[in-house]
Design a protein around this ligand. Structure first.
Ligand code: DX5
Ligand code: ZN
Length: 216
């Protein structure tokens, strides 16, 4: 299991140090939550912040766009150093066009689905996706409870990926903690985002090691 700490739960007054801290603690991927106060009722940070943070680590940057018009900003996030860009099927941008923009920039494309969205919506794009992000909470805030019902979507997607002979990764985001990560692992998840479980723990390395161990 790959563990992607969500920086949403870090101490933003020392953002760069927090990235270095979880890098040293063994994080596989850095999950960066971009919110526009429109697609979700919360605001975070954008491409200029990510560009500066890019210098702090070599670990992949997984940029999760919770914004209404992702197509307008793909160039900015690619230039800022995003390795993976995920955007929501529920956004106002054209999905095909937005995926094309990401592909043209040589960034790994991913589609994210909210809890109320059926997994079938990603099927027409599956062959082009590096990853599918299945939200296990309503996007917008850290610290919410994991929705186990979403594992049916993970199982459905896992089957489809296998049937098509693809290597598309499945990521879950929201409420991943010691008591929920094994459920995600069993359903066939490859990457677990964890905000509170990593940044709320006294020792990030212990927290990450323990989360990983619970998947074995
Ligand atoms: C929520 C974000 C998540 C969030 C997860 O909209 O996409 O990445 O930070 O936080 P936890 O792990 O605390 O649920
Ligand atoms: Zn996220």
């Amino acid at each position: 299991m790959l563990i992607a700490p969500s920086l949403l739960s870090c101490d933003f007054s020392v953002f760069r140090d927090e990235i270095i801290r979880v890098d040293n603690a063994g994080a596989d991927i850095m999950h960066l939550d971009v919110m526009d106060g429109h697609f979700v009722p919360n605001l975070t940070f954008g491409a200029p912040v990510i560009k500066k943070l890019r210098l702090a680590t070599k670990k992949p940057f997984d940029v999760h766009l919770m914004i209404s018009e992702p197509h307008r900003y793909i160039g900015d996030f690619a230039a800022a150093g995003a390795d993976i860009i995920s955007f929501h099927t529920e956004c106002d941008s054209d999905i095909d066009e937005t995926l094309k923009l990401i592909e043209e920039k040589g960034v790994k494309p991913a589609l994210a689905i909210k809890p109320g969205t059926a997994p079938e919506v990603v099927l027409p794009y599956l062959d082009r996706l590096y990853m599918v992000l299945v939200m296990t909470v309503e996007p917008g805030f850290g610290g919410q409870s994991f929705m186990p019902d979403m594992m049916a979507k993970v199982e459905f997607l896992r089957k489809e990926i296998k049937a098509r002979g693809l290597s598309t990764l499945i990521e879950v985001d929201g409420g991943i903690a010691k008591d929920t990560i094994a459920t995600a692992a069993k359903a066939g998840v490859d990457i677990c985002v964890a905000g509170t479980a990593v940044f709320g723990a006294p020792d990030a390395k212990e927290a990450i090691d323990e989360l990983r161990a619970l998947c074995e």
